[in-house]
Design a protein around this ligand. Structure first.
Ligand SMILES: N[C@@H](CCC[C@H](N)C(=O)O)C(=O)O
Length: 291
């Protein structure tokens, strides 16, 4: 048995176990991560974030050639122990951890670059949390049909990659969104090779106020189940809704999730259009667990 010191953090109710491992010494295999994230036998969380120096991570060290200032790598694992490329809510909680623990300077007016499996992402302090530039996004080719809700209707989904894979489904209204049964893993046809996070969205009434689009969303996260929020999922949901609305649709979005509210913004950058996500990030408690 070993004792692991952890910090629990959350962003709009998407919760994480953070484990500091600056020199990359910890061997957290899939079963150990799943146990730490188990809400009955472990700490309990939607995912685990290992805080490791980029230079000390064989899979991330190469990113330093592109961005030498990305000192810290967010090694993200889903609750079932599987690896994920990126986590939007987790990246803000990661920035909160780095700054509160004196591992990085608070990015007052500046940016804090972090390494992820989806490349280097820049964060800025914003309101009571952070904003993360998720970078370029892309529509995934091909139709996909989504069946959820135990025998409910199969609906068309739109594949969107924002560093990790998503499929977004539009529902007729917020009542349909609230009535959705999401305990089971949605079935995707065809199934994306690496799986996908599935977001269900409904337009708010009115759907646009002062140039800001407004949607509500629920999510079934790959490797987790239904969660109270998914940051990259809100970005995918806003991008999909803008796509469906067509010309004149807004580039700024307010996305309500069961755990709170996030802001999504699309903006032009040198290498193409980027999408950014803003919202709160909080460290809740810390402790030790024997595992
Ligand atoms: N909750 C995260 C996404 C975490 C990874 C996801 N489950 C995946 O497997 O891609 C977010 O806030 O973006």
């Amino acid at each position: 048995m070993t004792t692991i010191h952890f910090t629990k953090g959350q962003g709009t109710g998407n919760d994480f176990v953070l484990v500091e491992d600056p020199d990359g010494r910890l061997d957290l295999d899939q079963a150990t991560v799943a146990r730490l994230c188990d809400r009955h036998f472990g700490v309990g969380a939607d995912g685990l974030i290992r805080v490791v120096r980029t230079a000390r991570s064989p899979e991330a060290a190469g990113l330093l050639a592109e961005e030498p200032d990305a000192e810290w790598f967010m090694d993200y694992r889903n609750a079932d122990g599987t690896l994920a490329e990126m986590c939007g809510n987790g990246s803000r909680v990661f920035a909160r951890y780095l700054t509160e623990h004196g591992l990085a300077a608070a990015p007052a007016g500046g940016t804090l670059p972090i390494a992820t499996r989806a490349g280097v992402k820049d964060l800025q302090a914003s309101g009571d949390g952070f904003q993360v530039d998720l970078g370029r996004w892309r529509l995934v080719d091909g139709d996909v049909t989504v069946a959820a809700d135990r025998g409910g209707v199969a609906r068309p989904g739109l594949g969107i990659d924002v560093g990790n894979p998503h499929v977004v489904v539009l529902l007729p209204d917020e009542d349909a969104l609230h009535a959705l049964h999401l305990a089971d893993v949605p079935t995707l046809d065809p199934a994306p090779p690496a799986g996908a996070n599935v977001e269900f969205v409904a337009l708010a009434h009115p759907p646009v106020v002062d140039g800001i689009g407004r949607i509500a969303m629920r999510v079934h996260e790959r490797g987790v189940g239904e969660t109270l929020s998914c940051g990259t999922g809100t970005a995918a949901a806003a991008l999909a809704t803008r796509h469906w609305m067509g010309d004149g649709a807004p580039d700024m979005w307010r996305v309500d999730v069961p755990g709170g509210r996030l802001a999504v913004r699309m903006f032009p950058a040198e290498d193409g259009e980027h999408v950014a996500l803003g919202g709160p990030a909080e460290l809740v408690y810390e402790g030790d667990i024997r595992i």
